[in-house]
Write a protein that binds this ligand. Structure first.
Ligand code: GLU
Length: 412
């Protein structure tokens, strides 16, 4: 199954449980709009390379479309469609007035010079500018993009439209109308959810420092490892695309960050042993945190997972089959649309600050984020308990219910 088939299957399952009306089912099963673009970029060697990009708008019944832009060599139309659908659910789950969308460009950004990357980012906005806007569709960063890229994109958008419009894109640098606390928001939101889950769920007994492994050392994985380490969790393993490291005594996240800056990877770090990205998922720990890409926990390895709890900071890291295996093994999975919704939640705060032209201190951002995440968890936890379904199904039910209500209002 490709990611979109997975997303559709998850949707079909809850539509069935909820006995969703036919019209609403059909409205939500496919994106509302799918755009494919070609982006010519004059490379440093003088030759023109044509890149392919996408913007997928899934649903905007609860508010403007919202979702990041991914730069990755493995981007496919199906992946972007899945990510757009998950954004719709995510915004509903965390209770912010947005729908769902996603963008992607097929490119390995690590192979581009800074000048090429800037041209590509601006070219992408020229190609999609007609379908985005502060009240239409609001992009943000995702895998392979960052605040600096958002600043280039905003600048290009403002040049095209001849108007200042900071709220058209979120995840900007703080000095370019970004929000304080946005860079670590996905990770911080995940930690709030984890703390809440540990309080409520008996899957993991609190006895001393809990052990955590984090797959992925991009913005989200790195941020989570850092915050969890500071909060007193013992991070025993981390990994990036080149491989992972393990130390039963725990890893000093600041030191490994320095190491990665120097060497380009977390591997070969002192006082730890190298492990593969497959091994990292199967370690005997309290909390497993996939924070990389989709389809990491599959029917091949789910049976060997020993963690007591899975916190999905990546989007779509678990396949349908793996989900069932984990359910049978009584390993609760805190689903992506809840666990990683802190990023888009603070994107909403950024959008609000841009529109009101008033800027908040980080302390306020984090306090409001904590409240949103806890409320989101509690709402889903209630359905999880009442219906006796998995946390993913509970989250999907809450999300689809909210979106369906908005569509019903529109149809009246
Ligand atoms: N790309 C992030 C996500 O998947 C953030 C999206 C946003 O802030 O709009 O949730």
């Amino acid at each position: 199954m490709n990611p979109f088939e997975i997303a559709q299957k998850q949707f079909d399952d809850v539509a069935e449980i909820m006995k969703l009306d036919r019209e609403i089912y059909s409205t939500l099963r496919e994106p509302k709009r799918f755009l494919e673009v070609k982006i010519p970029v004059k490379m440093d060697n003088g030759k023109v390379r044509i890149f392919t990009g996408y913007r997928v708008q899934h649903n905007d019944s609860r508010g403007p479309f919202k979702g990041g832009i991914r730069f990755h060599q493995d981007v496919t139309p199906e992946e972007v469609k899945a990510l757009a659908m998950w954004m719709t659910w995510k915004c509903a789950v965390v209770g912010i007035p947005f729908g769902g969308s996603k963008g992607g460009v097929i490119v390995n950004p690590k192979e581009l010079s800074k000048a090429e990357l800037e041209k590509l980012s601006r070219g992408y906005i020229r190609a999609i500018h007609m379908i985005i806007g502060a009240d239409v569709d609001v992009p943000a960063p995702d895998v392979g993009t960052n605040a600096e890229i958002m600043a280039w994109m905003l600048d290009e958008y403002e040049k095209i439209t001849g108007k200042k419009a900071p709220a058209v894109i979120t995840g900007k640098p703080v000095e370019r109308f970004g929000s304080k606390g946005r860079d670590l928001a996905t990770s911080r939101g995940g930690l709030f959810v984890l703390e809440r889950a540990l309080k409520n769920m008996r899957a993991v007994k609190r006895k001393g420092a809990l052990t955590v492994v984090v797959q992925g050392f991009g913005n989200v994985g790195y941020g989570f490892a850092k915050l969890a380490y500071k909060a007193g969790f013992k991070v025993v393993a981390v990994s990036d695309s080149k491989g992972g490291i393990y130390s039963e005594n725990g890893i000093d996240i600041d030191a490994v960050t320095e190491h990665k800056k120097k060497t380009g990877s977390v591997i070969n770090f002192e006082n730890s042993r190298n492990i593969t990205n497959e091994e990292i998922l199967e370690l005997d720990v309290d909390v497993l945190v996939p924070a990389a890409l989709e389809k990491q926990i599959t029917e091949q390895n789910a049976g060997r997972i020993k963690a007591k709890l899975v916190l999905e900071l990546a989007n779509g890291p678990t396949t349908i089959e793996a989900d069932e295996i984990l359910l049978k093994k009584n390993i609760p999975v805190i689903p992506d649309i809840l666990a990683n919704s802190g990023g888009v939640a603070v994107s909403y705060f950024e959008w609000l600050q841009n529109r009101r032209k008033k800027y908040w201190e980080e302390e306020k951002v984090n306090r409001k984020l904590e409240k949103l995440m806890k409320n989101a968890f509690d709402g889903i936890y209630k359905v999880y308990k009442e219906k006796g379904v998995s946390m993913r199904k509970a989250a999907d039910i809450v999300a689809v219910q909210k979106v369906a209500e908005a569509i019903r209002e529109e149809m009246m």
